[in-house]
Design a protein. Structure first.
Length: 315
């Protein structure tokens, strides 16, 4: 018996509430209707409410920090200005991160991709692969947030220490926050935290998330699942005895999970490609092993750019 695949956010979508169900030895199907489009019925309203609140705080902080541009500005004015920028970046990050690439919520023809994905050729383990890039603007907003947080917390801690006798507790807390932000920036500089990508090669599939890496060879892949976590996610499931390699790239920040069973979980919020388009693309190579040899060549990039439906070339 095979497991059906259903549209994200639609009736019958798997909610991914249990990892136990995902360990079944049954395979996802290709003979039932896969996702034809993604219409997010519940647009994570709490996220957008939080983004709106951040904008309001930014407006308040900007008004309070307006004196930073005057000749008589004081430290509080500067910090209010930094806080305003931080809140605006937070709102922008939340709104864009939770709005996956290509998911504008409008109806469109399944044969037309919503945007051209960022694809390039890369060398991985001595072999060529087709890399689907991460959403660098979103990752850039995250870095900008952390950088603003560093300036705000570190600067405030220094001013509190200078303006008071002893070492106030709030200064220690702010210094700790600054230390966490600096650790994040150091890990980015060392390449342990990156924008991420998904690489498909003739040998297998490699996911480089923000904080983790995962690899499954094609021979170990048993199928795909479309999962709804409040955003589209694609599970590339492996057999129980799969040659599954995975590791955490960050030694400090454990903000991405590694599943307990052989599985690559592709978070649509991290990749610069429409999730339905990516699902169809992965499905094509799962179901047509002979075409995997084109991965790492211009043919694969052209196939993805053209969008579904992906047709089988004459052998």
């Amino acid at each position: 018996m095979r497991r059906p695949v259903v549209p994200w956010g639609g009736r019958g979508t798997e909610a991914a509430t249990s990892d136990t169900d995902a360990t079944s030895d049954t395979e996802p199907t290709s003979d039932t209707e896969p996702p034809s489009e993604w219409q997010h019925g519940t647009r994570n309203l709490h996220v957008y409410a939080a983004a709106g609140a951040a904008v309001l705080v930014a407006i308040f902080a900007a008004a309070r920090g307006a004196g930073a541009w005057g000749t008589d500005s004081v430290g509080a004015d500067r910090f209010y200005s930094i806080l305003a920028v931080l809140m605006l970046l937070t709102a922008a990050f939340g709104a864009t991160f939770w709005w996956p690439a290509g998911s504008g919520g409008r109806r469109r023809s399944p044969s037309l991709p919503s945007r051209t994905p960022r694809v390039r050729y890369v060398e991985t383990a001595g072999r060529g692969g087709t890399e689907i890039g991460g959403r660098r603007p979103v990752f850039g907003l995250l870095l900008a947030m952390v950088l603003c947080g560093t300036f705000l917390s570190l600067g405030a801690a220094v001013e509190i220490v200078v303006g008071n006798e002893g070492l106030p507790l709030v200064a220690l807390v702010l210094a700790l926050v600054a230390g966490v932000c600096l650790a994040f920036l150091v890990e980015v500089a060392l390449g342990r935290i990156r924008a991420g990508s998904l690489v498909l090669g003739p040998d297998g599939i490699r996911l480089r998330g923000w904080f983790v890496e995962s690899y499954l060879p094609w021979v170990s892949v048993r199928g795909l699942r479309a999962v709804d976590r409040g955003f589209p996610e694609i599970w590339i499931e492996g057999h129980g005895s799969a040659a599954w390699a995975r590791r955490r790239t960050s030694r400090v920040f454990l903000l991405e999970r590694l599943p307990p069973e052989p599985r690559i979980e592709v978070d649509s919020r991290h990749l610069a490609v429409d999730p339905v388009q990516l699902y169809r693309f992965l499905e094509f190579y799962v179901e047509h092993p002979r075409h995997r040899r084109e991965l790492g060549t211009p043919a694969a990039a052209e196939r993805l750019a053209e969008g579904p439906p992906f047709t089988v070339d004459d052998e």
